[in-house]
Design a protein around this ligand. Structure first.
Ligand SMILES: NC(=O)c1ccc[n+]([C@@H]2O[C@H](COP(=O)([O-])OP(=O)(O)OC[C@H]3O[C@@H](n4cnc5c(N)ncnc54)[C@H](O)[C@@H]3O)[C@@H](O)[C@H]2O)c1
Length: 689
């Protein structure tokens, strides 16, 4: 009894033993925790005066999973499987008391207990697939026995947790506790004892193990996950639950887990998860820098981005004021926000009262001085320097002292915008991606004068808005778009040299991007760039020819592809092929067959090269920051770990040599390997090592 070790406490409340684990911040199941749990189970089993055991955690959450720093290291006994076996061998009831998030190994431990109670708002889930893994402590065998294979597979393949209310309805938990969780769990355990409820382990239940509907569910859930090992292994493991005896299924689950954990895909996904956490550490900001408090926000401009950004505030429960130039534009913007919420509601993603609550947090005005109360102001007006400077000069007069003034510019010089104010230390960029309420990436642009606490405030706000914030420096296009521009140049060149849009897009989607560059261009619209080029000069031969023929992209039903009415599926267009061939002929470029391998190399390596320059210039802090940007902002397949990680895996010598070849062939000096890339290649090193 008492403290069994630094993380595990065992006490008695009458006949009930209460085991409490305290391993902040999320009660990960590290070795000391497992050892303490095993000892607690040993003592309580031996003590005849104890009639039932409650297992719970201190702090804000039940075990939120394994300790991922132990992955890939030799296992230290007792493993989670042994703790779970000790729970199942217990001749008296064991009750798991859930709060916060019971995830991964934590939820698997709870599944081995005889009973589970939770407070309202607790969530349970098996998110291992998000790290390229499957639940490796019996989750794939126990959950199907508890709620049926179909539902279990959905939870395991999506990795998304469910709320206590849904868990209760599905029979995952036995009771929702009002008031104090531990008290409630103890009371529940007493009732189990006094009512002499039978102790039925999940592993012994067979009644829900029906095969019907499973194959269809597996097909639907994995249709879009081609080439990914973890979801396929999840399907196999859950199918085993139906067809194999429990212990065999468990053994096979362990084998699959070990394969995945040693595989490239999971390593890449773990890299991204780690890089995401690293990205929150910004050089030059001391750890103890206090972010400024944010109670209210303001957004200038109710256009595409402004509306989406305002939704981010409202979704996070932060009141926000949108400022527009006129009543009609404001109303249009607010209507678009409401329509977005209604669409989410129609898909079942939002309750009606929740939509009302969020809309009520958004106030629209036409007078800029309303920003006077806001702690964080985000400007999202047209992409014009003079206009932005005017807006910031006005903000300088109207915003309160200490407010952070952010611009959502995609390309303009944040330092020049900051100089339009007398408080450049409070100015920075918050580069959201479209649709702003959906896309997770937030590039935070640090100006030359940005104060550390202003930057820390932007990072903290980004997290509150459920974004993945990555701090970058000032340059044209910042990190993501600057690299993307290299890909776009190469994509057009591929068309001129012999490829077709569908071939380029196929190489890129085969690689794992959700969309190829030309389908993406069609979605964004080709006319904007064309008009800019017409005004400023510069040509994009094929795209300009397409625009001149009225191919503006999806909105006109034709761009690089053609689209049937009401459909967004890109279809090859013979007219486009003719335009491409004519352009090649006009420019005297001999067309040739281009292999898919070459297409892919030319879609990826020039971006890696630009990434190297970005690192050289200090625009990005770490190669992992660039990887996070590409995964969260541009659909880079997470199981390939981001462009810089991918390059390291291929070897920089190979990338350098191929870039040299392509630079010579195209006479494009920008394709020459960057200094950083060449140096690292010469040293036999990678970007990250
Ligand atoms: N659209 C994207 O995909 C995207 C992505 C990232 C960043 N951005 C950047 O975000 C900014 C906004 O882009 P958008 O696509 O939302 O443009 P948009 O044209 O849809 O919206 C701009 C809005 O700002 C309003 N506005 C103009 N001047 C104003 C003023 N003085 N005060 C208040 N409102 C004013 C306009 O009436 C318009 O409603 C630009 O800087 C753009 O480069 C856009």
């Amino acid at each position: 009894m008492g403290n069994l070790n630094a993380s595990v406490d065992l006490r008695r409340d009458g006949e009930i033993a209460v085991v409490t684990v305290d391993n902040p911040p999320v009660n990960a199941l590290k070795h000391e925790v497992r050892a303490g749990l095993a000892e607690a189970l040993r003592q309580t089993r031996a003590d005849a005066a104890i009639k039932a055991v409650v297992i719970g955690c201190a702090g804000r959450t039940f075990f939120a999973g394994a300790d991922i720093t132990e992955f890939g290291k030799p296992p230290q006994a007792p493993g989670l499987a042994e703790v779970i076996a000790a729970i199942e061998a217990m001749p008296k009831p064991v009750v798991a008391a859930l709060r916060g998030t019971a995830l991964g190994g934590g939820f698997e431990l709870a599944l081995a207990c005889h009973f589970r109670v939770a407070i309202a708002g607790a969530r349970v889930g098996l998110p291992e697939v998000k790290l390229g893994l499957l639940p490796g402590a019996g989750g794939t065998q126990r959950l199907p026995r508890l709620i049926g294979p179909e539902k279990a597979l959905k939870m395991i393949v999506t990795g998304d947790p469910i709320e206590a209310r849904e868990a209760l309805a599905d029979g995952v938990i036995d009771e929702i506790v009002d008031g104090d969780l531990t008290e409630g769990a103890i009371a529940f355990a007493r009732r189990v004892v006094s009512e002499k409820r039978p102790l039925r382990l999940v592993r012994d239940r067979e009644d829900k193990l029906v095969a019907e509907g499973f194959a269809d569910a597996a097909e639907t859930l994995t249709r879009r996950l081609r080439g990914r090992e973890a979801p396929a292994a999840c399907v196999e493991a859950v199918r085993n639950a139906i067809v194999l005896p429990f212990d065999e299924g468990l053994k096979r689950e362990g084998e699959l887990f070990r394969q995945l954990v040693a595989g490239d895909q999971s390593k890449a996904q773990r890299h991204i998860s780690f890089a995401e956490r690293e990205a929150a550490k910004v050089p030059g900001i001391p750890e103890d820098t206090k972010p400024r408090p944010i109670a209210t926000g303001a957004v200038i401009g109710a256009g595409t981005m402004g509306g989406g950004i305002a939704m981010c505030f409202a979704n996070a429960g932060i009141p926000v004021t949108i400022v527009e130039t006129g009543r009609d534009l404001l109303q249009k913007g607010l209507d678009r926000v409401a329509a977005n919420y209604r669409a989410t509601m129609a898909r079942g993603g939002l309750a009606a009262d929740e939509m009302d609550r969020r809309m009520a947090l958004i106030r629209g005005v036409t007078e800029l001085d309303a920003v006077g109360t806001a702690d964080f102001v985000i400007e999202a007006v047209f992409e014009e320097m003079d206009l932005k400077k005017r807006v910031f000069a006005d903000l300088d007069r109207m915003a309160k002292t200490g407010a952070v003034l952010a611009t959502n510019t995609s390309t303009l010089d944040v330092d020049a915008i900051a100089r339009a104010t007398k408080r450049p230390q409070d100015v920075l960029g918050t580069h959201f991606f479209s649709p702003a309420n959906v896309m997770r990436l937030l590039e935070i642009v640090r100006g030359a004068a940005t104060a550390p606490d202003a930057l820390a405030t932007a990072v903290a706000l980004g997290r509150r808005l459920s974004k993945v914030p990555v701090t970058v420096g000032v340059c044209y296009g910042f990190v993501g778009n600057r690299m993307l521009a290299r890909r776009s140049v190469e994509a057009e060149r591929l068309l001129l040299e012999g490829a077709l849009p569908q071939e380029v897009d196929a190489a890129v989607t085969e690689f794992g991007f959700p969309m190829g560059p030309f389908a993406m261009a069609d979605m964004a619209g080709l006319d904007v760039g064309w008009r800019i080029r017409k005004g400023r000069g510069g040509r994009n031969e094929i795209e300009d020819a397409l625009c001149e023929a009225g191919h503006f992209g999806q909105k006109t039903g034709k761009g690089y592809f053609r689209y049937e009415v009401g459909s967004r599926t890109p279809l090859p267009d013979p007219e486009v092929e003719r335009t491409i061939r004519d352009t090649s002929a006009r420019l005297g470029v001999a067309r040739r067959v281009i292999t898919q391998e070459e297409i892919l190399e030319r879609m990826v390596y020039p971006m890696v090269n630009e990434g190297a320059r970005i690192l050289e210039e200090g625009i990005a802090t770490r190669p992992g920051d660039i990887d996070v940007i590409w995964v969260y902002g541009y659909g880079w397949p997470v199981w390939r770990g981001g462009p810089m990680y991918y390059a390291d895996r291929l070897g920089l010598v190979h990338i350098r040599d191929r870039l040299t070849l392509y630079a010579e062939r195209s006479a494009d000096e920008s394709l020459r390997p960057a200094t950083r890339l060449s140096q690292l290649a010469a040293q036999g090193r990678g970007f990250a090592s």
